[in-house]
Structures are given as C-alpha cells and as structure tokens.
Design a protein. Structure first.
Length: 104
C-alpha cells in the first residue's frame, strides 16, 4: 500500500504577552509623616508653659504629635514679633536718652 502523507495543520504562533505593570497613583498612597521628636517635645514644652487648662494632656500630646512643626512655626512667629517690639522699645529709649543727655 502506498503511504499517503497528510498535511499537518499548522499551529498559529501565540503572541508573546507583555507584562503590564500597574502604576501606583501617588494620590492613593499616603505619605508617612516624618518623625521629629525634638519638635514634638518643644511643642509640648511650649504648650505646657502656655497653659493647657481647658484641654486634657492627651489632647495636647496628640495635637503636638500631628502638628508639631506647624505649631512651632506659629509660636516662633509670635516670639519673633515680641522680640521686634522689645527691640523697637529699646531703640526709642536710646533715642530719648540721647536727646536728654544732649539737652543737659
């Protein structure tokens, strides 16, 4: 018997799948707050010296833990403003004394 060679069905090449990496949106990822113990303790010190009477110590500690840098910035601005007032007062005192000495 003669041998009949049947054509084999050709298999289609499968396309190589590209690996798709998902981009992580920065809006969805929460940034970890930086820990700054020096700012925290400075904030606690300033708040306790100022007086914490209406609030509990735990509330003040939580505020300092979450907003230490912002609270310290506000306090330093107030401190700088007070220093400017004192400086202006001394300058006026110096001018007044110099005029007083010149008049005598």
């Amino acid at each position: 018997m003669p041998q009949i060679k049947k054509t084999k069905p050709k298999t289609a090449r499968q396309a190589v799948k590209k690996k798709i990496t998902k981009k992580v949106s920065t809006a969805l990822v929460r940034a970890k707050p930086t820990k700054n113990p020096a700012a925290y303790f400075q904030c606690m010190s300033a708040c306790c010296q100022k007086g914490i009477k209406p609030k509990k110590i735990t509330q003040v500690a939580h505020e300092c833990k979450t907003n230490a840098l912002a609270l310290n910035a506000k306090m330093s601005q107030a401190r700088a403003k007070a220093a400017r007032k004192i400086k202006d007062g001394y300058e006026q005192l110096g001018k007044g004394l110099s005029e007083f000495i010149k008049s005598k």
